[in-house]
Design a protein around this ligand. Structure first.
Ligand SMILES: [Zn+2]
Length: 147
């Protein structure tokens, strides 16, 4: 799951959740992504996002016990609060590797660096490369602290 900060041509900022970068690209090419505020499909991705390396030991919840009804999506206010909590948690517990994130995540994935939680910044291209290489990571939108 990747979350992208998106910006429409009228400068409305919103988040889009996609199963993968490829899926985002597909939807963008087919003009399937529309701004929730004005409805335009002239939408582009804000390039930088915080990315988090997730430890491999963390087990994914087993699909069999998953409820069939997905939980209701959070409201924008709830989502922002969640996001701020995540960013706070990440800052407290994860090592900040800044723009070296993609390299570090790759080294950890290959066992060449110490397995540890890291966070940093990655460009959309770097995040796509990591996804291609099967390096586990999560892309988080930056919380909008101004509004
Ligand atoms: Zn808009």
């Amino acid at each position: 799951m990747v979350i992208y900060n998106l910006l429409c041509k009228k400068k409305h900022n919103f988040e889009g959740w996609f199963p993968s970068f490829e899926e985002y690209q597909k939807q963008a090419e087919q003009n399937l992504i529309s701004c929730p505020t004005c409805g335009t499909t002239k939408v582009e991705k804000v390039p930088h996002a915080c990315a988090v390396h997730v430890k491999k030991e963390q087990p994914a919840p087993p699909a069999k016990t998953a409820s069939r009804t997905p939980p209701a999506p959070p409201s924008p206010a709830e989502f922002k609060e969640m996001l701020l909590k995540v960013h706070h948690y990440v800052k407290q517990n994860f090592e900040d590797v800044g723009p070296r994130f993609a390299d570090e995540a790759r080294q950890i994935h290959r066992g060449k660096a110490e397995e540890r939680p890291i966070h940093g910044t990655a460009t959309a291209g770097e995040a796509a490369e990591l996804a291609d290489e099967g390096v586990p990571h999560v892309v988080l939108p930056k919380p909008d602290l101004d509004s």
